[in-house]
Design a protein around this ligand. Structure first.
Ligand code: MG
Length: 203
């Protein structure tokens, strides 16, 4: 399986990193080796002094598809969850400056945390899902899918133009503002419409 991530999908996060608003979605991939195994903590790697959390709504693909028309996108996923796109920000900033690919800073082992899943029938409107992230019991990121520049169905259609979507693939839909650094012994907790989805320890 693969993880397809969307960058710069919330206007407020684009401005906090001084990025420009893209004319189409920014995509990058994480390999399956990036996923944190169930009930394991996140270990800060030695190669970075600035690992950032990025809370994101995530979608699990339930059907094989390519060139999916937007009006059919909803048939390709059943479950929604929360993920953290851990980013070695110092390394990413350096790679961006040099015009090089981001993979080392975004796709390293442990850079992909995936929560439990909730069936989409639990949400009244998929384009109005509230979510937030607490760091040591303080809310640091607040998001709502209605603030996404490209909505879930648009993303699925767009992504499938380039990458065949397979059952079990996961889409990270981008992070709202409030990203920040993690330190040893921090606790991250994610909430989807007030339902606690995870508790992750930083080591
Ligand atoms: Mg991200």
């Amino acid at each position: 399986m693969k993880v397809i991530c969307v960058g710069r999908n919330y206007a407020d996060h684009i401005s906090e990193l001084n990025n420009t608003k893209p004319s189409e979605p920014v995509l990058f991939l994480k390999p399956d080796s990036a996923i944190i195994l169930k009930n394991r903590p996140f270990y800060i790697p030695d190669f970075s002094n600035d690992i950032n959390y990025e809370i994101e709504l995530i979608i699990k693909i339930s059907r094989l598809g390519k060139h999916i028309q937007m009006k059919f996108s909803h048939k390709y996923y059943e479950y929604i969850g929360l993920g953290i796109d851990f980013t070695a920000r110092d390394m990413q900033t350096d790679l961006k400056k040099k015009g090089l690919p981001w993979e080392k800073s975004k796709a390293f082992d442990g850079s992909c945390f995936v929560s439990e899943w909730v069936h989409k029938s639990n949400f009244k409107d998929l384009n109005k899902i509230d979510f937030n992230l607490k760091l040591n019991n303080n809310i640091v990121q607040n998001g709502n899918s209605n603030l996404m520049l490209w909505k879930i169905d648009e993303l699925i259609s767009y992504i499938s133009t380039f990458f065949t979507l397979k059952i079990g693939d996961i889409i990270f839909t981008g992070t709202p503002s409030g990203v920040g650094k993690v330190s040893k012994n921090d606790i991250l907790e994610g909430f989807l419409e007030n339902k606690k989805m995870f508790n992750l320890k930083i080591k």
